[in-house]
Structure formats: C-alpha cells, structure tokens
Design a protein around this ligand. Structure first.
Ligand code: DGI
Ligand code: FE
Ligand code: FE
Ligand code: FE
Length: 188
C-alpha cells in the first residue's frame, strides 16, 4: 500500500466519524476475507478504504459525475443510495489516480453486486456487511457463513437486502437481483 497515510487523510476528509469508522472496519474485514479465500489482501484493504469515498457527498455532485460519465437512466432515475458506489469508482480513478481495474470494479459493485462477480468484488461486498461496527438483524448469520463460504454469505446478505427493500416498498435495482440469482443458481 503506497502512501497509506496520505490516502487515509483524503478518505477521512470526505466523511463523518461514523462513516470513517465503518470504512476502517470494511478494510480490516476485507483483508481478513481475502486472506481466507485467496484474494489479494492489499487490494482488498485498499478497496475497503475507498469503497464509500463518495457516500457522504451531496447527491447533486454525484448526479453530475454520473451524467458526465453516461451512466444508465436506470441508475439516475433509481435509488440515490446506489449512486455513491458508481460515482466512487469514477472519482477514485479520476481524482486519486487509482487505476487497478479490479479495485475500481470492487468499489463500483460493492452495493448492488452483479452477476459473475470476481473474488475481490465478493470480498469487499461481504466485508461491507460484516465489518465489526455493523449491527442489523441477521448480521451474525452472515458473519458465521463468511467463515466458511463466501458465496453463501453473499447470497444470504443480498437476499436479506432484497427482503428488506421489499418490506420497505423500495425498488430493487436489477443488478442486485441478477447478482442474487447468479449466486443461488450456482449453488451445489
Ligand atoms: O454504503 P453502505 O451503507 O456501507 O452500504 P451499501 O453501499 O451496501 O448500501 C447502501 C444502501 O443501498 C443500503 O441502505 C441498501 C441500499 N441498497 C442496496 N441495494 C439496493 C439498495 N437500494 C435499492 N433501492 N435497491 C437496491 O437494489
Ligand atoms: Fe456503500
Ligand atoms: Fe453520511
Ligand atoms: Fe460501506
């Protein structure tokens, strides 16, 4: 990790305390999952530091970035909660100079997932759910699954999110559903 302190200072400046604590937790959990399942631990940690880079930015700022980069209407007309992941991947590339496509993909898809996720994408997505500061119904189950089976943990996590969205009468982004179906249909 080149110039970790400078990077963390940049990240720190984008968000409030609680979000920064979450960010450090995701980096730590992502490194542990990477070690367990054979992804690159340094890339996992770095993607963890960067995954919510834009989370606390004003929505207009994120919208501008997404429009300038021709993101699909589906995304722009949908839930704003999803914007920080797609905007984040663009911003860390253009403003921080992150060029590793694996890390950019892991940030881009950390919220929705997608079908055919890479190992690093899965690691970051699961780390986002299970980092030590997280507390929601079902988190212990996902933590336990993540000791053994990354795909099962991710299927359970995405399934829980979809269930939660349905209960709240919110839209489910197509990629989220496709990611879930992909994991479940590959189960042995
Ligand atoms: O950024 P975090 O809070 O750490 O976590 P996240 O990026 O996984 O999720 C951010 C929010 O996005 C969370 O409240 C759940 C929501 N979300 C995830 N998938 C979908 C979704 N919201 C909608 N409407 N549709 C989705 O498919
Ligand atoms: Fe996020
Ligand atoms: Fe915030
Ligand atoms: Fe997060």
């Amino acid at each position: 990790l080149v110039d970790r302190e400078a990077l963390l200072a940049k990240v720190r400046a984008q968000m409030h305390d609680k979000r920064y604590r979450h960010t450090l937790g995701v980096a730590e959990s992502a490194r542990r999952l990477a070690e367990r399942f054979g992804a690159d631990p340094d890339k996992a940690e770095l993607a963890g530091y960067l995954h919510d880079y834009c989370k606390c930015w004003p929505v207009e700022k994120m919208r501008d970035i997404l429009v300038r980069h021709d993101m699909p209407r589906e995304l722009l007309e949908g839930e704003k909660e999803l914007w920080h992941a797609f905007a984040g991947a663009i911003v860390i590339q253009t403003e921080l100079g992150v060029s590793d496509p694996e890390i950019l993909q892991a940030v881009r898809y950390h919220t929705t997932g997608r079908p055919g996720m890479s190992l690093l994408e899965k690691v970051v997505c699961v780390a986002d759910y299970i980092e030590p500061n997280r507390d929601f119904p079902g988190v212990e189950m996902i933590r336990a699954l993540a000791e053994q089976d990354l795909d099962e943990a991710l299927a359970c996590a995405l399934g829980g999110t979809i269930q939660h969205l349905i209960e709240k009468r919110k839209t489910v982004y197509p990629l989220t559903l496709l990611a879930y179906n992909d994991l479940v249909s590959r189960r042995d």
